[in-house]
Design a protein around this ligand. Structure first.
Ligand code: ARG
Length: 484
């Protein structure tokens, strides 16, 4: 993220991080303590190393809170103005990489507040009136995640767009469809790709759903019980673009369902992408030879000069492991936690942030790569011809001529056995040969035995007929972006 260039001051003699109070006990709770926090414990309990990426959300939350305190008369005009100006300055320093993050100030919230106080004096110390880091962090994460979900949904749609383009190009391209990874029935490549499209459509709607549910403001719940100030929670909710304030203060500071839901939507997405990856890996092998991935998405081997490895799909397949792991981490983190806030919750951020980064990277790689897939149509066609993929079509033909399906199945089984022993596809056996198995077989049988006839006959909503694939693509393109 953008914070890489920022320094972390963990030395007791650091510059700006060392206000007079830092050398004594922690500024935020020093009053109660008679000795300094152990240096290791200080580092062990800090979260600023990773939560500082929420600095914009933290500052926006503070802006809303300050305006609200001013509105209800708890913060005077002058202090409110000083805070808002100071927050602008802090934000600028952080964006410019000139902010001195200090582990002594534990987390993003206290780093920003301490710097604000350095800049604007007592007004800065008034900002924390009627709020706690507990409602502050819950607010920050929701704001941060809400924004990241916009980006993720956008990337899913970009990938879907690429899939639609390839599917349109390959609506007539015949390939073998598989069950048990054995050739089953011919399908079109466009149809196969539209299956991917559907998976991603559900993924997109899961993220949108999770985003909508999380869009409530916990600000004002304070530490756990609310606050004795006459705060206006509707006002802060509205300032921050939330639908409404959350209902219950205990739940507000301890709820991390939104993070779990996000990681769960991410895990399902990555499971889907791992399946797509697996297919890309198989298809690009010399044994299948259905597709080629452009060189820019592959790497070579340092020892075997002939190798071109499908690293991108392999890596996406592999990253599914950590995404599933992150979901389990969060579920386990929350399990059995009593109300309300517990420090355990600080552990929510790393799995969550890792999920955001990993999912964004995987989507970006796929959205760039999928439209560039090179389809080897002849190879696909040849493979579809090899596995007796029109056997069901022959059975259906016999059923249309009034043979019971089970008998038809038997007849076709015998014809396939002949094909196997003579090394021929069903469509390559002669009419006489086929008639040995049933006198219901006539010259028109060859229409259903061809791959083209087979796919064209599956001509209903959801079927593989090229005409249906085109209709599915048209429906998908006509959908509003939010539904894609
Ligand atoms: N850094 C903390 C977290 O991420 C912020 C809340 C701390 N609250 C507290 N009572 N210690 O959870």
């Amino acid at each position: 993220m953008s914070n890489k260039n920022q320094q972390m001051d963990s030395s007791p003699t650091g510059k700006r991080g060392d206000s007079a109070t830092d050398n004594a006990t922690n500024a935020a709770w020093g009053g109660r303590f008679s000795e300094q926090t152990d240096a290791f414990v200080e580092a062990f309990t800090a979260s600023v190393q990773f939560d500082r990426r929420m600095y914009r959300q933290d500052i926006n939350g503070s802006r809303a809170h300050a305006r609200m305190l001013n509105k209800i008369g708890v913060l005077n005009e002058e202090d409110c103005h000083a805070i808002l100006q100071g927050l602008d300055k802090v934000e600028q320093e952080i964006t410019d990489g000139n902010f001195n993050w200090s582990i002594k100030r534990e987390d993003v919230h206290m780093n920003i507040e301490a710097r604000l106080t350095e800049l604007v004096g007592d007004a800065g110390k008034r900002l924390h009136t009627g709020r706690s880091r507990n409602d502050q962090v819950a607010t920050d994460i929701r704001l941060y995640l809400r924004e990241q979900i916009d980006f993720i949904i956008n990337e899913i749609q970009r990938l879907q767009q690429g899939i639609l383009d390839v599917a349109a190009r390959e609506a007539d391209t015949i390939m073998p469809g598989f069950t048990h990874l054995q050739v089953a029935q011919p399908v079109t490549f466009g149809h196969h790709l539209m299956a991917w499209f559907e998976m991603l459509k559900r993924d997109g709607s899961r993220f949108a759903d999770c985003q909508q549910r999380m869009n409530m403001s916990p600000l004002g719940a304070a530490a756990l019980a609310g606050t004795s100030y006459p705060i206006d929670r509707e006002f802060t909710a509205q300032q921050l673009g939330f639908t409404a304030p959350t209902e219950n203060s205990l739940d507000s500071v301890s709820d991390r369902d939104f993070a779990i839901e996000f990681c769960s939507a991410a895990a399902i997405l990555l499971v889907h992408m791992s399946r797509m990856s697996e297919e890309l890996v198989i298809w690009s092998s010399a044994q299948f030879d259905f597709i080629e991935l452009p060189d820019r998405f592959c790497t070579g081997s340092s020892i075997m000069p002939q190798k071109k490895n499908p690293d991108v799909p392999e890596l996406v397949r592999g990253k599914t492991g950590r995404i599933n792991g992150n979901l389990i981490s969060l579920l386990t983190l929350m399990k059995s936690q009593p109300l309300a806030y517990n420090k355990d919750n600080q552990e929510d951020k790393e799995p969550l942030f890792d999920t955001i980064d990993t999912v964004s990277g995987c989507l970006r790689a796929f959205a760039d790569m999928v439209p560039a897939i090179i389809c080897k149509r002849e190879s696909m066609y040849k493979a579809a011809k090899q596995g007796f993929s029109t056997a069901t079509d022959l059975a259906d033909y016999l059923v249309r001529k009034n043979l019971p399906f089970r008998d038809a199945h038997e007849v076709v089984g015998s014809a396939v056995a002949m094909g196997v022993s003579t090394g021929k596809d069903l469509s390559e056996l002669s009419l006489e040969q086929l008639q040995q198995f049933s006198d219901k077989i006539e010259a028109d049988v060859f229409e259903v035995l061809t791959l083209e006839g087979s796919v064209q006959s599956r001509n209903h909503i959801g079927g593989t007929a090229p005409a249906q694939v085109r209709k599915a693509i048209a429906r998908a393109r006509a959908e509003p972006a939010s539904k894609k």
